[in-house]
Structures are given as C-alpha cells and as structure tokens.
Design a binder for this molecule. Structure first.
Ligand code: FPP
Length: 249
C-alpha cells in the first residue's frame, strides 16, 4: 500500500482545505478504563500526525475544531486540561511549524481564552506569519452561530445597507475571510452532525464520517478519507454534464 498511495492520490484532485471535527477522545479513554483527560492527551498525538501527513501530502489548509464555544460548560478540570494541552502544543511545536513552513491561524472568540493561552497563541501566529506551504487553523472558543452573530454585528456597526449585502461580502465578515472554502469535512467517532462548526462555510463541503475514534486516527485514515473524497463528484448545484464541460474548458 505504502508506495502506491501517493501516486494514487495525486492522480485525482486533492482537497485544498480539510476541516476536522476531532471526536471520540472521551469514549477512547473510557474503553481503556482511563480518565477523559488521558483521551485528550492521546488525541494530541493524532493532531500532530494529521498535521504532518497533511503537509506531506500537499494539503494547503487544515482547520481543526479544537475547542467549541460550548466546551466551556465541561467540568472545569477538563477545560483547564484542554487549555494546558493547547498551550503545551503551541510552546513545543512552534518551531516545528516554522520548519515545515506552516502558518498558524486561529478562529473563534479568541478573547475568551485565558490570557496566557491567548499570549502564546498570538506569539506563534506572529512567528509563523510568513510561512507559505500550509495554513493550520485552530477553532478555539468557536461556534458557528456565534460566528454568524459576530459577523452581523460587524455589518451593522459598519453601517452596511441591506441592498449592498451579498454572499461574497458577507463571507468577508466571517472569521474565515482569509481561508479557501472547505472542500472536505472529516468527523471521527461515527456521529453524523455538524456540532455548530462552520455553518456558513460548509454549504458545499463533502462530509466524511469515520467510526475511528480521534485518538486512533492516523495517516492511513486520512488517506482513506482523501481517496473517498476523490471518488465523489462535486456538482455545486449544477448537472454532471455541466461539470464535465467546465473541467474540459
Ligand atoms: C472531542 O472529544 C474532542 C474535544 C472536545 C477536544 C479535542 C481537542 C484536542 C485533541 C486537543 C486540541 C489541541 C490542539 C492543539 C489542536 P470528546 O471529549 O467530545 O469525546 P467523546 O464524545 O467521546 O466524549
């Protein structure tokens, strides 16, 4: 499989932007008789593996749902552990991101993060700002509905009138204004829902759900998702014939 996968993948179109709902850390830990925090720690290994594999395969943008606006309601000990893991990741992996030419980006109500986490996040974003090979976006204190509300507030505060508003300029008010549209959403642990993630941006995104729990997710699972994606026909509301003609011309 190893030698054959890359040519197989490069024959088809790779998604430019992959987004991931990393679910199943708690269930993974429970199955092993461990506490939930051990599940998140193990999930960090999958985060590192996904970033490395995506970069190797030439994916241009990866967005991870790392902490939702609703996750603040989890037990305090779990919230603190997740913040700690995030901080550790940023401190330890910052240089590696630069080496790999990966630009760090973050979306969400970042001002709600603890100040020490916010500080190290900002420093890492600054440090990687001229990296060009891939953009890694962490969704932190992120909610899709919250993002839409924040966008509408900004639109109103800038005095934009209803007749001047369209899909193109509305998306400029979203946290993701600098990112390409997501092509592929991967969700682990078998749940088939969006969980308030990138509600506007997911309009035409292909969705791939795997039963694999996030801490077990490795490069081979990513490749499986990419191969599955490549076998789909994305029509954006058009007919198959129109898509074929568009690709030929
Ligand atoms: C969902 O599993 C996972 C999370 C809420 C957090 C995921 C975060 C990480 C793996 C660390 C993120 C850090 C970086 C740097 C990206 P769950 O706890 O909801 O699992 P369950 O549904 O099985 O209980």
């Amino acid at each position: 499989m190893k030698g054959k996968v890359k040519p197989l993948l490069t024959q088809g179109k790779l998604p430019r932007h992959i987004i991931v709902i990393m679910d199943g850390n708690g269930r993974w830990a429970k199955r092993k008789g461990l506490d939930r925090i051990s599940g998140h720690k193990e999930g960090m290994k999958s985060v590192k593996s996904l970033i490395k594999a995506s970069r190797q395969l030439g994916i241009k943008a990866v967005t991870l749902y790392a902490f939702s606006a609703q996750n603040w309601k989890r037990p305090q000990i779990e919230v603190e552990a997740l913040m700690q893991l995030l901080k550790e990741y940023l401190v330890k992996e910052g240089n590696r991101l630069v080496e790999r030419e990966i630009k760090l980006n973050a979306i969400g109500r970042l001002w709600e993060l603890p100040s020490d986490v916010y500080e190290v996040l900002s420093k890492t974003i600054e440090k990687t700002k001229s990296c060009k090979e891939m953009t890694l976006t962490l969704a932190l204190s992120y909610g899709g509905r919250e993002e839409l509300i924040d966008a509408v507030k900004r639109i109103i505060s800038q005095g934009i009138s209803p007749e001047d508003l369209n899909e193109g300029n509305f998306s400029q008010f979203l946290y993701t204004s600098d990112l390409p549209e997501p092509d592929l959403l991967i969700r682990t642990s078998g749940e088939i829902r969006l969980s308030n993630f990138l509600l506007w941006q997911l309009a035409y995104t292909e969705i791939y759900v795997t039963k694999t729990l996030w801490p077990d997710f490795r490069k081979r699972h990513l490749i499986r998702a990419l191969l599955n994606y490549q076998n789909r026909e994305r029509r954006f509301g058009l007919t198959s014939d129109q898509i074929i003609r568009r690709e030929i011309s």
